[in-house]
Design a protein. Structure first.
Length: 522
C-alpha cells in the first residue's frame, strides 16, 4: 500500500489512534517566517481542542525521518504561529518501528510535547488499514556505573584468578549482572599474605526490570538498608555468585574504602595496573585509562577520608542524576549526611532548576585516624566537610554546609572514648579487620556527635535552617543568622571547637596512640 493511501485511510479513521480526534486537514502546509514550508500529513484536534500533528510512515527507509519531521512541524506551530507548547500534541503512526523506535524515543524524552506513537496494522492482503496499537517511547538509556558492592578474592596462582573471573562473568550474566569490573593485585614479597594474587570485584549497574534478576533471592535482606531496589539486588547477587564458585576461603566483603587502601599503599598488595571489564564497561574501556576507573570507583584525600568534588546543573537531567548517585556513594559510610544531602539536592532541583551547583565532600571514615594525623594544627583543615553552593551568573545564590555537631559541656569524654576503643591495639585491630567505618559511627554516638546540615536562607528574611536526623526522621529547625561563636548558645558546637573544649584529654589520647607505633599514612 502506498503511504499516501495509508495516510488517507487513517485520516478517515482517527478513532483508531484516540477517541474524539477530529480531522482538520491532510497535507497541511506549515510555513516558517523565512518562507520555507513543510506539510503535516494530518492535522487534527483532540476532544479538548488541542492541535495534534500526525505523521504517517509506511516504508522502512523513511521511518527514521518521521520523528524529525513531525517535531519540526510541532515546533513551527509553537515558534512561528504563537501556540503554547501545552496546546500542541504529536502522534507518529507507522507500519515499521524497528528503525523509528530509537529516534522517536529520543525526541519524546527531550521535546516537552505530549508525544504518542502507534503501530499501524494492515489486513492480511496488506491493502487496507485494520487497526493501530500504542507504542510506548523507551526511557533514557540506563547509565552503567560501578557500585559500592564489592568483594575481594585471593588465589595461589594467576591462572586460578583467570578462571575465577571467567566463571564470575558467566554466572553473573544469568542473574542480569552483565557489567563487572575487576582490579588485579599481586602480593608483596615481604608481606605475609597466605595467597599471592588478588582479584577485587566491583558489581556494576543492573536493570531491576530485567527478567533475569528474578533469579536473585532477596529474602533476608532489609530493603530500607539500601538506596533502592537495584542496590539491594546488587548486594543479594553476591551470595549465589560465591556459591557457584564453591570457595570456602580467600573471599572477603569489601567496599570503596578498602579498595582505596589497596590502591594507596597497602603493605601487603601491589596494584598490577590492570582493570578487567565486562559488559558495557568493556565499551567504556576504549575511552578510559586506569586512573579513570579508579576515580569512578573511589577517590581519597588521604588521612583516611573520602574526598569528592564535582559540579552540575539540574537542567541536565542525566548528568544531575549521576551526580546525585556519586554524592550518595561518597557519603555511604555517613547515613545522616547521605540522607540529608539527598533531600537537599531534591530541594535544589525544585528551587534552582538551571543554576550551577558545586559540591565538596571531605568525609572521614576514621575520626581517630584524623585526630592522630592532624592534631592539633590541621584539625580544622581535615575535619568533616560537606559544602553545597548554588551559583548564578550574578554570584552566590544559596549555601549549605555540613557540620559535625557536638553537645557543649560533655562530661566523661575519656570514658566514652575508651568504651569504643579501649586501647590503640583495639583501634589498629579494627583497621586491620576493615570495620573502622562501623566503629567510627559507634564512637560518634558515644561522644554524642551528630552530622547536621546548616542552610543559609536570605528570603523572605535572613535566617539559618538546621537539618538533622532525629531518630529515623528528618527534622528542620529555623534560627536567626549569627556568628559561629554564638552557635553553642543553641546547642551547636562544631567539631574543632568541641575538641578545643576537651583539648588536654584529646592531647593525651593522641600522644598515647602515636607512641603505640602508628604513623600517619600507615
Amino acid at each position: 500500500m502506498l503511504e499516501s493511501k495509508l495516510r488517507d485511510q487513517l485520516a478517515e479513521r482517527l478513532e483508531l489512534l484516540e477517541p474524539g480526534l477530529r480531522h482538520v486537514g491532510t497535507e497541511v502546509p506549515l510555513k516558517n517566517r523565512d518562507g520555507s514550508e513543510g506539510r503535516a500529513d494530518i492535522l487534527a484536534r483532540d476532544r479538548h481542542g488541542n492541535l495534534v500533528v500526525i505523521e504517517v510512515k509506511r516504508s522502512k527507509g523513511s521511518s527514521r525521518e518521521a520523528a524529525h519531521q513531525v517535531f519540526k512541524y510541532a515546533e513551527t506551530l509553537c515558534r512561528e504561529q504563537g501556540l503554547p507548547i501545552d496546546r500542541v500534541r504529536i502522534m507518529v503512526a507507522s507500519t515499521e518501528w524497528r528503525e523509528l523506535d530509537r529516534s522517536f524515543s529520543g525526541y519524546a524524552q527531550q521535546s516537552g510535547f505530549d508525544v504518542r506513537g502507534y503501530k499501524l496494522l494492515l489486513d492480511r492482503a496488506g491493502a487496507s488499514l485494520a487497526d493501530a496499537e500504542p507504542v510506548k517511547p523507551k526511557g533514557p538509556a540506563r547509565a552503567v556505573i560501578p557500585s559500592d558492592i564489592q568483594v575481594s578474592f585471593t588465589f595461589d596462582s594467576p591462572e586460578d584468578r583467570e578462571r575465577c573471573w571467567d566463571k564470575l562473568r558467566e554466572n553473573a550474566s544469568s542473574y542480569g549482572v552483565d557489567h563487572l569490573l575487576g582490579f588485579d593485585f599481586v602480593g608483596r614479597q615481604d608481606g605475609f599474605a597466605n595467597e599471592s594474587f588478588l582479584l577485587y570485584l566491583v558489581i556494576g549497574s543492573l536493570d531491576p526490570e530485567d527478567p533475569r534478576t528474578a533469579n536473585i533471592d532477596t529474602s533476608g535482606y532489609e530493603a530500607d538498608q539500601y538506596r533502592d531496589h537495584e542496590h539491594l539486588l546488587q548486594q543479594a547477587v553476591i551470595k549465589p555468585l560465591l556459591a557457584a564458585l564453591a570457595r570456602r576461603s580467600g573471599v572477603e566483603d569489601a567496599n570503596p574504602v578498602i579498595l582505596n587502601r589497596l590502591l594507596t599503599g597497602d603493605p601487603h598488595w601491589i596494584f598490577e595496573e590492570r582493570v578487567r571489564c565486562s559488559g558495557d564497561f568493556e565499551l567504556q574501556n576504549k575511552h578510559y585509562e586506569t586512573r579513570d576507573w579508579i576515580a569512578a570507583v573511589t577517590v581519597s584525600s588521604g588521612f583516611n577520608q573520602r574526598m569528592f568534588i564535582a559540579s552540575g546543573d539540574p537542567s541536565n537531567r542525566a548528568a544531575w542524576e549521576a551526580l546525585k548517585r556519586k554524592v550518595s556513594m561518597a557519603l555511604g559510610t555517613n547515613p545522616d549526611w547521605r540522607d540529608l544531602a539527598a533531600t537537599a539536592l531534591v530541594r535544589i532541583e525544585d528551587d534552582y532548576p538551571s543554576a550551577d551547583v558545586s559540591i565538596l565532600i571531605l568525609n572521614p571514615t576514621d575520626l581517630v585516624g584524623v585526630l592522630v594525623s592532624s592534631w592539633p594544627v590541621k584539625l580544622r583543615e581535615y575535619e568533616p566537610q560537606l559544602q553545597i553552593r548554588i551559583h548564578s551568573d550574578h554570584g552566590l545564590l544559596h549555601a549549605i554546609d555540613g557540620v559535625l555537631q557536638a553537645r557543649p559541656n560533655l562530661e566523661g569524654f575519656q570514658g566514652r572514648f575508651r568504651a569504643v576503643y579501649r586501647s590503640p591495639d583495639a583501634w589498629m585491630a579494627a583497621r586491620m579487620s576493615n570495620v573502622v567505618p562501623e566503629m567510627d559511627l559507634e564512637l560518634l554516638d558515644a561522644l554524642e556527635l551528630q552530622y547536621i546540615l546548616m542552610e543559609q536562607v536570605r528570603d523572605p528574611h535572613p535566617h539559618v535552617r538546621v537539618h538533622r536526623i532525629d531518630g529515623d526522621l528528618p527534622e528542620t529547625v529555623a534560627m536567626p543568622m549569627m556568628p559561629v561563636e554564638q552557635l553553642r548558645e543553641h546547642g551547636i558546637l562544631p567539631l574543632a571547637d568541641f575538641c578545643e573544649e576537651h583539648f588536654h584529654t584529646i592531647d593525651e589520647l593522641v600522644l598515647e596512640y602515636r607512641q603505640s607505633g602508628w604513623v600517619p599514612g600507615s
